[in-house]
Design a protein around this ligand. Structure first.
Ligand SMILES: Cc1cc2nc3c(=O)[nH]c(=O)nc-3n(C[C@H](O)[C@H](O)[C@H](O)COP(=O)(O)OP(=O)(O)OC[C@H]3O[C@@H](n4cnc5c(N)ncnc54)[C@H](O)[C@@H]3O)c2cc1C
Length: 424
């Protein structure tokens, strides 16, 4: 067959193929291909030892921001994430409507989290809220974000900053050393020993802090988790809200309790599909968990601190959201009084009596009601960035985050686009 005949033959084949799929009502799919570079393949080994300045555990809402910040500040940074993508509850949980970056007509949280949210919305042709307008309801200024795009954009930002990512891995043991920590991680078919100067625990449930033996807090009864899905109509990522199923008793403490929550959520969704006879159009891979362990920190943020907008002396970030406790009967958000913007102190990110370890995200040191407002995504991103700065500076100085002069933390945060509480 000459090349011309070959091309005609291929066209015929494609036409037949397309007609065939159209005939049975299927849309044509396209296939493209890419190969992993040889040098990348060669650098992979199932047994690794890493010497890094900063180890971030958990690449979720707070964690990827912390890692990008630490690396941008010049720290050699490794990010270990037990799932297969970045973003945590924002992406894998499907809660892709981060809030709140603004309060009372002005932006209060910016920096790396905002950079990512803004870029992903722009790339997706979406709409950003107008922060100059004070919305009637708090959720109106949450940013509809395409979870899929967000996750891969976060990977790109990590790569650009020089963050090494290790998916499917989690710490199994942690030991204090004179220089920082030795952390043993496992993945499927892999082992990794990490010697690091600083650890940032962004696991959502302060899992590394617990493993290292520091005190954590947890309620007898926790807020329900939610399984996110879409039934009966198409899910338009970054455009529409998604259906939510409360999973009462959902517990993210360990793989077995999380399995239980996922099985319960998915079984119920299957029953709904059968009962309502609607198509299942979208299903997140796992339950979103609202609450688990929090650290007992050097400072504990009380609901009174939160609702009065206390400006902590060591404030490193703003937070803004109503008090938002979900219970068996639902949620009635309690908005903050006009003008109030809570702050987050560095001390709430430091496990009590610890050195060389800091947390960011919903596991910060706070009472339950304060936590119900502090746990939201923009606040977690703000904490992540602050933890990244504090850990990078501590690693550089051979000190611990609590000993880094606050002015240095503020200056570096500002340089990286963050808004500092109490400063113009
Ligand atoms: C249903 C639901 C609705 C919500 N609604 C809103 C909303 O409308 N607006 C808003 O702003 N916020 C909302 N929130 C709150 C917010 O999404 C979360 O509190 C926030 O995303 C938590 O961020 P995080 O970084 O602390 O944890 P996560 O984003 O959960 O990240 C933790 C990461 O750590 C990883 N990890 C955990 N353990 C380990 C380990 N041992 N080793 C390695 N990796 C580990 C996880 O896989 C995950 O990627 C909602 C939350 C839920 C569940």
């Amino acid at each position: 067959m000459n090349p011309q005949e070959e091309a005609t033959d291929r066209r015929k084949f494609l036409q037949t193929g397309l007609a065939g799929t159209a005939g049975i009502g299927l849309a044509a799919a396209s296939t493209t291909s890419v190969a992993i570079a040889d040098e990348e393949k060669a650098s992979i080994s199932p047994e690794e030892t890493n010497e890094v300045d900063v180890l971030v555990v958990g690449g979720g809402t707070a964690g990827h921001v912390a890692a990008i910040q630490a690396a941008r500040a010049g720290a050699k940074t490794l990010l270990v994430e037990r799932n297969s993508q970045l973003g945590g509850t924002t992406t894998t949980g499907g809660v892709a409507f981060p809030g709140l970056f603004d309060a009372w007509g002005r932006q209060v949280i910016a920096g790396i989290g905002w950079e990512l949210v803004k870029e992903s919305v722009e790339l997706d042709g979406g709409t950003l809220p107008d922060f100059a307008k004070v919305p009637q309801r708090h959720w109106q200024n949450q940013v509809y974000t395409n979870q899929f795009l967000y996750a891969i954009l976060a990977e790109e930002k990590c790569a650009e900053a020089g963050v090494q990512i290790a998916f499917y891995e989690f710490p199994q043991a942690i030991k204090k050393t004179d220089e920082g920590w030795e952390v043993d991680c496992v993945g499927f078919g892999t082992n990794r020993r990490v010697r690091c100067k600083q650890v940032i625990d962004c696991t959502g449930g302060a899992e590394v802090v617990g493993m290292a033996g520091f005190s954590r807090l947890r309620e007898e009864e926790r807020q329900p988790g939610s399984y996110l899905f879409m039934m009966g109509k198409e899910h338009q990522p970054g455009r529409n809200q998604i259906h939510r199923l409360y999973v009462h008793g959902a517990d993210s403490t360990n793989s077995r309790t999380a399995t239980q929550a996922n099985l319960t959520g998915r079984k119920t969704i299957l029953a709904k599909v059968r009962k309502e006879k609607k198509r299942l159009m979208h299903l997140q891979p796992e339950t979103g968990f609202r609450e688990s362990y929090r650290i007992e920190g050097e400072t504990l943020i009380t609901v009174n601190d939160y609702t009065s907008g206390r400006l902590f002396e060591d404030a490193i970030s703003y937070a803004f959201y109503p008090v938002d406790l979900h219970t068996k009967t639902g949620v009635k958000p309690k908005p903050l009084k006009r003008g109030v913007v809570p702050t987050i102190p560095l001390g709430a990110l430091i496990p009590k009596d610890s050195r060389d370890i800091i947390v960011a995200g919903r596991c910060l040191s706070s009472d339950r009601l304060a936590n119900s407002g502090l746990r939201v995504q923009a606040s977690c991103m703000g904490m992540g960035q602050a933890a990244g700065v504090a850990a990078a500076l501590a690693a550089k100085a051979g000190s611990t985050p609590m000993e880094v002069p606050l002015a240095e933390i503020h200056a570096l945060l500002k340089e990286h686009g963050q808004i500092i509480p109490g400063q113009a």
